[in-house]
Structures are given as structure tokens and as C-alpha cells.
Design a protein around this ligand. Structure first.
Ligand code: F6R
Length: 245
């Protein structure tokens, strides 16, 4: 695991954007795995700005998102479909049919998990996966205790995750209790992974990831078993880890 320590959230976002743009230049039809949440917002802004200023094209890029809430209509303000459209897709030249997000409205959850796995395989697998990290070490919506063998599936969100995400909803009751997420094994199939983290609220999760053991109690620790992972984190997120810049 390579760790890039930066000073600020903006530097984290810029550094990650440069790596993605480089990947697109090398492979214009790359499959990029995307995350939602607050962490990648700056990265998406950088990609949009670069698209406008330098013309990096997404016409052949395919994207697969990690997760979606279960039961929210696709056009709900809090669905990850809406998040991705508003924060990235509508600002770049990617054809909508090349963007993929699990279907949170499915009536056949198991079939949807398999469909999503087949879809990713059909695209040739994920070339570069972007991840955030939960306070409890989750990646995607794989909460502590998730098997490292897990594949795309329906999961119950940890109470702490629902609380952390309640900031986007009117009330805690509105936060969905379940989501559909790529599993740990699905994420680990990615050829390259970039995990982003910013702020002191992520310091314990990064300490556990970097200095702790590999255990299913800490889903992100699975990444230590992958040989092409870059962690880009600011100094607050790395404040409990003893590494030089
Ligand atoms: C989102 C996702 C989650 C988030 C994590 C951190 O698609 O898979 O694992 O990356 O919950 O969220 P933020 O960035 O909001 O702190």
C-alpha cells in the first residue's frame, strides 16, 4: 500500500484527479469505479474543471459505482444516481448508458447483485477504483464483520453509518436502513485502487487501516492484501499515523 500524505483536502482532490486523468490518457475506454459521499466531491470538481479547460474526454469511459440506497427512487434528491448526475456526469461528456450504479429499487435483490457482478465482468473488470472510508473502516457499504469473500449484495447499514449520513436527509428516520453494495471481493478484483481520506474524523479509521491487522472487523484492512493500492490522505486524516510526508 503506497501512502501519499498531502496538506489539504484540495491537494488530495487534485492528486487523485491527476491519477485518473493519466489513466484516461493511457486507456481512453477505462472502467473507473466511483464512490459517493463528501470525500470525492473535490475530486469530481477537479475532473470537471480539467474536462472544460483541457478537454479530457469521457466519451469511451465506462463507470461503475460502488453502492446505492435500497428503496429510494432513482430521482430522489438523496439517491446516489442523483448525486452522480449532479456532481459529475452532467458536467462531462460521458454517455449516460456507460454509467452504471446498482439498482436500489429492485424487487429481486439477489438477482440484482448477480446482474451487477456480471455487468462488471462483461466490462472487463474495474481498471481503477476510487474509495472513501467510513469512520468504522467500511468501504462501499461493507460494514465491520463483512466477509472478505463478499460480492454485490443487499446490506443493512450500521447505525453509526446511518447517523453519519443523516446530514443529507431531513431526519434520521428518512435515512434508508439498507443499501446494495459491491462486496469486498468485488472491490478487490479492481486492478488499481485509490482510497481517499480527509479530516480528523477519519484519523482512527486510517490508523486502523495502516497500523492495524488485517481483519474482517475492519473492512478496509482487506486492501492490504491487494498489491496496487494508493492511499491519498491529508495530514489530519493521518494525524494518528507516524509517517513522514
Ligand atoms: C460511498 C461509499 C462510502 C463512503 C464512506 C465515506 O459510495 O461507498 O463507503 O465512501 O461512507 O463517506 P464520506 O466521504 O461522506 O465521509
Amino acid at each position: 500500500m503506497k501512502i501519499i500524505k498531502v496538506d489539504t483536502y484540495e491537494e488530495m482532490s487534485f492528486t487523485a484527479a491527476q491519477l485518473i486523468i493519466q489513466k484516461i490518457q493511457e486507456k481512453p475506454n477505462a472502467v473507473i469505479g466511483l464512490a459517493t459521499g463528501s470525500t470525492p466531491l473535490g475530486l469530481y470538481k477537479e475532473l470537471i474543471q480539467d474536462h472544460h479547460n483541457n478537454g479530457t474526454s469521457y466519451k469511451q469511459i465506462r463507470t461503475v459505482n460502488l453502492d446505492e440506497y435500497l428503496g429510494l427512487p432513482t430521482d430522489d434528491q438523496n439517491s446516489y444516481h442523483t448525486f452522480m448526475k449532479e456532481n459529475l456526469f452532467q458536467h462531462i461528456d460521458i454517455p449516460e448508458e456507460q454509467t452504471h450504479i446498482p439498482n436500489g429499487q429492485t424487487e429481486h435483490p439477489e438477482a440484482e447483485g448477480q446482474r451487477y457482478e456480471d455487468l462488471i465482468q462483461g466490462l472487463g473488470g474495474v481498471d481503477l477504483q476510487i474509495l472513501g472510508i467510513g469512520h468504522n473502516g467500511h468501504i462501499g457499504f461493507n460494514e465491520p464483520g463483512t466477509s472478505f469473500d463478499s460480492r454485490t449484495k443487499i446490506v443493512e447499514l450500521a447505525n453509526s453509518t446511518r447517523k453519519a449520513n443523516a446530514r443529507f436527509f431531513e431526519s434520521m428516520q428518512d435515512v434508508p436502513s439498507h443499501a446494495i453494495t459491491m462486496g469486498i471481493a468485488s472491490i478487490m478484483d479492481s486492478k488499481e485502487i485509490i482510497l481517499l481520506a480527509s479530516g480528523t474524523s477519519k484519523a482512527e479509521a486510517l490508523q486502523q487501516l495502516i497500523m492495524g491487522e488485517v481483519t474482517e472487523d475492519s473492512p478496509a484492512s482487506s486492501l492490504k492484501l491487494h498489491d496496487n493500492v494508493i492511499v491519498i490522505a491529508d495530514k489530519e486524516a493521518l494525524s494518528l499515523v507516524d509517517i513522514e510526508k
